[in-house]
Write a protein that binds this ligand. Structure first.
Ligand SMILES: NC(=O)c1ccc[n+]([C@@H]2O[C@H](COP(=O)([O-])OP(=O)(O)OC[C@H]3O[C@@H](n4cnc5c(N)ncnc54)[C@H](OP(=O)(O)O)[C@@H]3O)[C@@H](O)[C@H]2O)c1
Length: 355
């Protein structure tokens, strides 16, 4: 039996779901000759340590027994037990935690992350992280950074590394913006009403401007560009934000909510201008040949993969040498705690097969 030792940072939506999925899959994993032990689960303040692996009752134990921690205390705990097959999982959205990656790698940990920060900081950081991984012979997997559980990064990487020339990647990368424009295009409904519905369904961030600004889509586009070895920075992404200048970050969230109807008229006008059989979609587009990265609102043929999108699904079209006229399409739920945790779990299994 191969035992994998996990230290998990972030026990929010995704982290908690991951613990539950791992515990539920115990028998199945054992049949595959793998034992996955979560020996530590931490939030930003406290951590729960457990030699035997965190059980189904972990939440009660976490409330009762989790203690303030330092990374060095965690390393002492692990080193003392001489464990191997060590994986640190980042299920936070923390900029601060990413600064600890190097130290964890130097101390024997492989990394798996749902957090996009490490892959979207400046290129120097990105490059330095990869050099450190190489030096210490460690692996960093982050499939969930783009499209949650959908196999987007792996597909792009495999094509690229097998010498396939990728010309273009385009798609709807955001579950919330997918829902917003799929609904707005189909139903006779004001844009502000769609936003309210999306918020009620828990699809948007607490401040919907975080979705509407296009920044999250831009981050995913940057990650894909870097997979193709393009030395790009976040500022290289041309983003057409859906937040009117008058309602940007300088106005409070309350004021934005009170004035949300101001978005209705311009978007209704765009909808009326659409030619027949086209729909509005908010897309990310990477033109590899011209090295351009765009995040924008477009009118799209309703018969295309992007045009046919439903619900809060994401879709990625990859155009390459072999997939030229008919792109390789990856489509499905691209957000949500269940699919994201499952994506992290798949990364654990993928990594453990290499250990
Ligand atoms: N939800 C999705 O659909 C989805 C899809 C793809 C990727 N992701 C990514 O997955 C990550 C987690 O998302 P989530 O929805 O689970 O977030 P969440 O519910 O807000 O949970 C975040 C967790 O991270 C912890 N945390 C924050 N800073 C930390 C630090 N410095 N050290 C240790 N723990 C820290 C928080 O602890 P405190 O409570 O103490 O702050 C909390 O337990 C994010 O990066 C997100 O972008 C999510």
């Amino acid at each position: 039996m191969k035992t994998i030792h996990i230290i998990l940072f972030g026990v929010g939506n995704v982290g908690e779901t991951l613990i539950n999925q791992i515990n539920k899959a115990k028998t199945q994993l054992n049949k595959q000759g793998i034992e996955v032990k979560i020996i530590l689960a931490a939030n930003s303040k406290v951590a729960l340590f457990n030699d035997k692996g965190i059980s189904n009752q972990w939440k009660t134990n976490f409330s009762n027994s989790a203690k303030p921690y330092t990374i060095d205390a965690i390393l002492n705990f692990v080193n003392h037990r001489k464990w191997d097959n060590l994986i640190a999982i980042d299920a936070t959205a923390s900029v601060e935690f990413v600064q600890k990656y190097t130290y964890l790698i130097q101390n024997g940990f492989h990394l798996i992350s749902a957090n996009k920060v490490a892959n979207t900081l400046d290129y120097e950081f990105y490059d330095r992280l990869r050099s450190t991984l190489k030096k210490y012979n460690k692996t960093f997997l982050y499939e969930t950074n783009v499209g949650a559980g959908l196999p987007v990064i792996e597909t792009v990487k495999n094509l690229y590394e097998s010498g396939e020339r990728i010309n273009k990647i385009r798609g709807v990368f955001s579950g919330s913006l997918s829902y917003i424009f799929n609904t707005f295009s189909e139903d006779k409904i004001a844009f502000s009403e769609v936003l309210k519905k999306a918020a009620e369904l828990g699809l948007t961030e607490p401040d919907a401007r975080d979705d509407l600004s296009g920044k999250d889509v831009a981050r995913k586009l940057l990650i894909l560009a870097r997979e193709l070895n393009l030395n790009k920075e976040f500022n290289d992404v041309k983003v057409v934000s859906l937040v009117p200048k008058a309602l940007n970050g300088k106005t409070t969230l309350n004021e934005f909510k009170n004035r949300i109807q101001e978005l209705d008229k311009p978007l209704q006008e765009l909808k009326q201008k659409l030619s027949k059989k086209t729909v509005l979609r908010y897309v990310g587009e990477l033109d590899v040949t011209n090295e351009t990265l765009d995040v924008k609102l477009i009118s799209e043929d309703q018969e295309s993969a992007i045009g046919q999108l439903k619900g809060a699904d994401s879709v990625f079209e990859i155009y390459s040498e072999s997939y030229n006229d008919s792109p390789l399409v990856i489509k499905g739920a691209g957000a949500g705690k269940e699919v994201t945790a499952r994506g992290l779990f798949s990364d654990i299994i993928k990594l453990s097969s290499r250990l």
